[in-house]
Design a protein around this ligand. Sequence first.
Ligand SMILES: Nc1ncnc2c1ncn2[C@@H]1O[C@H](COP(=O)(O)OP(=O)(O)O)[C@@H](O)[C@H]1O
Ligand SMILES: [Mg+2]
Length: 256
Amino acid sequence: MPDSQNKKTAVLAMCGKGGVGKTSLSATIVKILSSNPANKVLAIDADPAVGLSTALGIDVTKTVDDIRNELIRRVESGKSTDKTEMLSMLDYEMFSALEEHKNIAFLAIGRPETEGCYCQVNHILKDLIASMANNFDYVVIDGEAGIEQVNRRVMEKVTHLILVSDASRKGINVAQTIKKVSDDVVDYEKAGLILNRLRNAEERDKLLIPPELDCLGWIPEDETIRSFDIEGKSILEIDESPAIAAVENCLNVMFS
Ligand SMILES: Nc1ncnc2c1ncn2[C@@H]1O[C@H](COP(=O)(O)OP(=O)(O)O)[C@@H](O)[C@H]1O
Ligand SMILES: [Mg+2]
């Protein structure tokens, strides 16, 4: 893996069908990257269900959506009209929404916007996330499903797209569809597939993976990951496990 010196921010986004392991793998990747104290890692939960915070043992006090709603309320009640004032308020609020633990910072996006467009507000928030991201070596985004949501709600500057699938045909088909859409809308440096929760190498060998998905490796079904999730314990607290070692291998392939 590259060291954190003299390099620009790597923005990793996890996408794939629901339930395939995006949140677990995001948390595992944050754990691996932050194990080097020289790396500053920003974890972004872009899933409205807010699962990454639990997987990392972090309490969320405020989401980007809360900040957005607060701003909209102010604008609609005629309170906040001065643009400079509005920007400095947002800047302050965004930093206060950032939860920091050693070399890991965490930001939750919250729910997708429901009514109205408020495009300007969304643009400002996205610009703020992008400038925030520049202060980190790695950004790990736990996506909702497709890359469009990440692009629309978080940031467009994804450099590494990680497609996650289990062994199911459905999961792999979804990964393939996301890859097709991403090729049109994202200017990433690298995209690759991680197969999660496989029983053994034989199961992997039996799977027909379209070559354009660029498989980075596979992660075994891991009792530790499962039981930590059941107990609501942080993945950061796992000492070692087969899944963590396998994710590390996948990252090495991705960054090689
Ligand atoms: N490698 C693994 N081994 C065992 N259980 C896993 C593994 N990866 C994910 N899981 C479990 O699968 C379930 C779904 O994973 P999750 O990360 O929440 O998926 P997603 O975020 O894609 O919806 C969770 O209960 C999680 O603990
Ligand atoms: Mg999830």
